[in-house]
Design a protein around this ligand. Structure first.
Ligand code: NAD
Length: 471
């Protein structure tokens, strides 16, 4: 049985002051696979103090020094791609193909930040005025469990590019993955105190980061409820905040879409990361006139999304991360049935042959109205709602009729038309005809999906303060 009983503070692994021990449970079988000793407020304050001391020098580092550190971080993380992926598969139950992509995007974030930093004008001057972009200070980085390595790397890369030192509070459900990552990053031989990692509970370690006056900025990925708490509690110390929150992303299938080609794309958008993805396209908007063909295409495409052991490369959908998440998905499937939506595939309970672990049936509802709870609330599991529309205007109205605005997709043959529709969707990112990524393009949400942006220069900007010197 693995045991983790220390935290990464000031360049070393040090014994936890906190004494509470938590079990780490494997989602495929519900068995305890490790024990982790959780940090307390004192561990967190020690990490903040180390970051504060390190900021005195790192905050004055040059662009070149930061670029060198980003390169070393990239090398160190790259050397552990396979270990990181295996840890994500074991602890989180992420399917191996997707987990590999997530870890790779995290690793790429260091390179992308180096490129963005190279192109970012850190000083501008005119007349007798000089404006510089200064690092905001010590940053608290708080992550969710569904792509822990990606969030840590992405936030760390932007913070380092800006000249900030950091205290990371990973999700406590990601303790094993975090340990593999931190051991890898330790090899980058960073200035002491630049990177500190304390694993503990949100209302203990997270809350200390949010209230501590020596932390200038919180960059958070997680739920709306915790995002609200951070904004409210952070106000007392005037925290700068970046909040990456939930989503209920629409996929608009236009009436010129080739259904048999686009339905598999729509299902990939819905079921990515086993549906535990903030950007998952969980509302599929289809023309009423093509509903029957869509239903047939979904049923035909489902065998390409098998549930199974996440370590098997053929598996498309793994278990939910925890019992709590399993129950949340079940309760929404029940709610959808009570609300009068029709189950086209899937339904309540475990898939056949899965008696243990947190496996759910990938479920597609049809005859869904956009005002139903299953269409408005984030389920965070492989549950897709198919909603019919009669006109392009109605599709756009339904897509925007959501408290969220993180991500969206438009599927269709006429690209000009798809672009026109994309331009009218209130979301931080819209992809056309496929799930795709660009590490220099901003990531973040309108409305309840969050505040601020990550990735590329937008991500670095979030850790900078403009300062003017006038003669
Ligand atoms: P969560 O909000 O429960 O937890 C996120 C993190 O916040 C964890 O590390 C947790 O320990 C910490 N936390 C909890 N209470 C806290 C407090 N009072 N103060 C400070 N920190 C606290 O979310 P989760 O269940 O881990 O993740 C799922 C959510 O994350 C979903 O809503 C999902 O949409 C969202 N998410 C968003 C993005 C994005 O990029 N927008 C990406 C992934 C996940």
């Amino acid at each position: 049985m693995k045991a983790i009983a220390n935290h990464y503070i000031n360049g070393s692994f040090v014994e936890s002051h906190g004494r509470e021990v938590m079990d780490i449970i494997k989602p495929t079988n519900g068995q305890v696979i490790a024990h982790v000793t959780l940090a307390d407020e004192e561990d967190t304050r020690r990490a903040i103090a180390a970051a504060k001391t390190a900021f005195a020098s790192f905050g004055r580092s040059t662009r070149e020094e930061r670029a060198k550190i980003l390169r070393r971080l990239h090398e160190a993380a790259s050397a552990h791609l396979d270990d990181l992926t295996s840890a994500m598969v074991e602890e989180y139950g992420g399917v191996v193909q997707f987990a590999g992509l997530i870890v790779q995007s995290g690793i790429n974030a260091f390179q992308a930040a180096e490129q963005a930093l190279d192109e970012l004008p850190l000083t501008r001057s005119w007349g007798k005025t000089t404006v510089t972009l200064e690092p905001v200070g010590v940053a608290g980085l708080i992550t969710a469990w569904n792509a822990n390595a990606l969030f840590i790397c992405l936030k760390l890369a932007s913070a380092v590019a800006a000249g900030c030192t950091v205290v990371i509070k990973p999700s406590e459900l990601s303790s094993l993955q975090t340990r593999v990552l931190v051991e890898a990053l330790h090899e980058a031989d960073l200035p002491k105190g630049l990177l500190n990692v304390v694993t503990g509970l949100g209302n203990v370690v997270g809350a200390e980061l949010v209230r501590n006056p020596d932390v200038a900025k919180i960059s958070f990925t997680g739920s709306v409820a915790v995002g609200e708490t951070i904004m409210r509690d952070g106000a007392k110390t005037m925290k700068r905040v970046t909040l990456e929150l939930g989503g209920k992303s629409p996929t608009i299938m236009l009436d010129d879409a080739v259904i048999d080609k686009e339905i598999p794309s729509a299902l990939i958008l819905a079921f990515m990361n086993s549906g535990q993805a903030c950007a998952a396209g969980t509302r599929l908007l289809v023309p009423n006139s093509r509903l029957d063909a869509v239903r047939r295409a979904i049923v035909n495409a489902m065998p390409a999304f098998p549930v199974g052991d996440p370590a098997d490369p053929k598996t498309a959908i793994g278990p939910m991360v925890s019992q709590k998440q399993y129950e949340q998905v079940q309760s929404y499937i029940r709610k959808g049935i009570q609300e009068g939506a029709e189950v086209l595939v899937g339904g309540e309970g475990r898939p056949k042959g899965f008696d243990a672990g947190y496996f759910v049936k990938p479920t597609v509802f049809v005859n869904v109205r956009n005002d139903m709870a299953i269409a408005q609330e984030e389920i965070f599991g492989p549950v897709l709602c198919v909603i019919a529309y009669d006109s392009e205007e109605e599709a756009i109205r339904i897509a925007n009729d959501s408290k969220y605005g993180l991500h969206a997709a438009v599927l269709g043959t006429d690209l000009e038309r798809a672009r026109r529709v994309a331009s009218q969707i209130r979301a931080g990112r819209v992809v056309i005809n496929n799930m795709t990524d660009d590490p220099q393009a901003p990531w973040g949400g309108f409305k309840y999906s969050g505040v601020g942006r990550e990735y590329g220069r937008y991500g670095i900007d979030a850790f900078l303060e403009p300062k003017a010197i006038l003669e």
